[in-house]
Ligand binder design. Structure first.
Ligand SMILES: C[S@@+](CC[C@H](N)C(=O)[O-])C[C@H]1O[C@@H](n2cnc3c(N)ncnc32)[C@H](O)[C@@H]1O
Length: 213
């Protein structure tokens, strides 16, 4: 992260402290199988060689699951170096097949255009409209013109905080409005997440394309 803003430094320390103190299987958002994400990614029918990015990927098993399913060009972006370290060491030599990027999505730019942008549970932390604007600028700058977006957020009936941070909760009309005019929602799905401590959290998943695609 070059010259991070004050907000970006705060996010990095906040998330680093969590990843340094809690085992990844005990984090409330942990999933043994990223079922909904895989369903949408596979339905997008992108080719195995298409560049995919998992934004706010943390210690999710998505990247390694995609690798095992034959996807070849996977990037994980996260603002927490501790999260990336944990994922890399869990994966061992397989980690070398994934590109790991430590950075803040609000200022993220990439030389390559991604064919699929995946985000489960990072966008909903953008409670400030200016952060959402920056997030959308990054998405627009980094996504291929024919790219696909898979977004998982808390549903309207989901929690209003996570990890001591306020979150936004969404339904399809809200995402449609926020991502317009550049993107349109093609489909969405409600999903209940069982946390490792036995609670349930309501999520929504959205599949978006550029308006013209
Ligand atoms: C609730 S966790 C979800 C992790 C992962 N997507 C999953 O489903 O297991 C949110 C993740 O987003 C990352 N994150 C939060 N704000 C971010 C930002 N502004 N830029 C990049 N990553 C961010 C955190 O470090 C954390 O790993």
């Amino acid at each position: 992260m070059e010259n991070p803003s004050g907000k970006e430094r705060d996010s990095r320390s906040h998330w680093d402290a969590i990843y340094k103190s809690v085992e990844h299987e005990r984090l409330s958002w942990h999933q043994q199988c990223p079922r909904e994400s895989l369903e949408f990614i596979e339905a997008s029918a992108i080719s195995a060689g298409s560049p995919v990015i998992d934004v706010g990927g943390g210690t999710s098993l998505l990247a390694e699951t995609l690798l095992r399913r034959g996807y070849e060009d996977i990037t994980v972006l996260d603002c927490s170096p501790a999260a990336i370290d944990r994922s890399r060491s869990r994966l061992g030599p397989m980690a070398e097949k994934i590109r790991w990027s430590i950075g803040d999505v609000r200022s993220f730019r990439s030389g390559k255009k991604f064919m699929l942008w995946h985000d489960r549970a990072a966008f909903h932390f953008m409670v400030d409209p200016d952060d959402r604007r920056k997030y959308l600028e990054s998405l627009n700058a980094c996504l291929d013109d024919n790219g696909h977006v898979v977004l998982g957020t808390f549903a309207l009936s989901g929690p209003d905080t996570c990890s001591n941070l306020d979150v936004m909760r969404y339904d399809e009309p809200m995402i449609s409005e926020l991502f317009a005019p550049r993107f349109r929602v093609i489909s969405s799905m409600f999903s209940m997440h069982d946390t490792p401590s036995g609670h349930q959290q309501d999520f929504m998943f959205f599949y978006l394309r550029r308006r013209w695609a």
